[in-house]
Design a protein around this ligand. Structure first.
Ligand SMILES: Cc1cc2nc3c(=O)[nH]c(=O)nc-3n(C[C@H](O)[C@H](O)[C@H](O)COP(=O)(O)OP(=O)(O)OC[C@H]3O[C@@H](n4cnc5c(N)ncnc54)[C@H](O)[C@@H]3O)c2cc1C
Ligand code: FES
Length: 243
């Protein structure tokens, strides 16, 4: 059940100039499924901002945050001991599957995949993709729970190219859990249709409330018509969406 808590910052580490790893203590055992998210109050901005739970350990939740604008810049200025208001756990996370799991994260889309890799019964493969090496973070932590492959568009780290190049051998035996930019998700959907693998995607729509009240995050689905990404998603089976 969702809760509004006043959390305490236990660490705020800039991994590079664009990525913040923020850990907060919510003061209770945090029960979160991989793919669920929280709405965080950022200093000096009106609306809360949505972030996937990157990791959960007892009462500590971590968030992997790409600095994009005023809200995320404010979060990057937080110090240990600061208080932050947080609404969690929100939305529907990734669904379990008995198939061989491949996790695909584009840029900050890798955020929800660490908790997923930790929660899966069998060791998955994780593919981290980015434009440059600066978009690839925490690969050594992922490597504790998964076989990690890296792609960058400019070849500055890992294989040069797009994440889809690493998925050519997939078949009906696989499930792909993906989060990242829309063009990446669209390419994955196309490939899933061709190779017949199961695909679940987490959408990062712009959100104002996170709880189904503002209708600011609506997306179209093939069976249920328009639904709120924040309550029905953010994770959807790819075939539920109208691409
Ligand atoms: C369910 C969900 C989970 C998310 N998880 C993460 C996460 O784990 N890590 C992370 O870094 N980001 C995540 N995001 C995106 C994150 O919420 C936005 O980047 C953030 O709200 C931007 O806030 P800002 O005030 O810094 O930027 P703003 O000043 O609001 O915007 C700056 C720029 O970012 C763009 N932007 C704003 N919101 C989004 C969005 N939702 N998606 C893509 N671009 C956006 C704007 O169009 C603008 O170009 C998630 C979004 C959703 C909906
Ligand atoms: S963000 Fe308000 S309804 Fe989804």
């Amino acid at each position: 059940m969702k809760k509004l808590v006043s959390a305490v910052v236990v660490s705020a580490e800039l991994l590079n100039p664009a990525y913040l790893l923020l850990a907060v203590d919510v003061g209770e055992n945090a029960e979160v499924s991989a793919g669920q998210f929280a709405m965080l109050t950022a200093p000096d901005v009106f609306l809360r901002r949505p972030f996937s739970v990157h990791d959960a350990d007892g009462s500590v939740l971590s968030f992997l945050i790409k600095i994009a604008g005023s809200g995320t810049r404010g979060l990057a200025g937080l110090k240990i001991g600061d208080k932050i208001s947080l609404l969690y756990p929100l939305g529907q996370g990734f669904r379990p599957s008995n198939k061989k799991a491949v996790l695909v994260g584009g840029g900050c889309g890798s955020a929800p995949l660490l908790l997923l890799a930790r929660q899966l019964k069998n060791k998955p493969t994780v593919i981290l993709g980015g434009r440059t090496k600066n978009d690839i973070v925490r690969q050594e932590i992922f490597a504790r729970y998964a076989e990690v492959r890296i792609t960058t568009e400019d070849g500055s780290l890992g294989i040069q190219g797009l994440v889809t190049a690493e998925l050519k051998d997939l078949s009906i035996e696989h499930v792909v859990y993906a989060c990242g930019p829309e063009p990446m998700l669209k390419s994955l959907y196309k490939l899933a249709q061709e190779k017949k693998f199961e695909l679940q995607v987490s959408l990062e729509s712009v959100m104002a409330c996170g709880v189904g009240a503002c209708l600011g995050c609506v997306t179209n689905t093939s069976q249920a018509g328009h639904v709120c990404v924040c309550t029905t998603g953010p994770v959807f089976a790819a075939e539920e969406l109208t691409w």
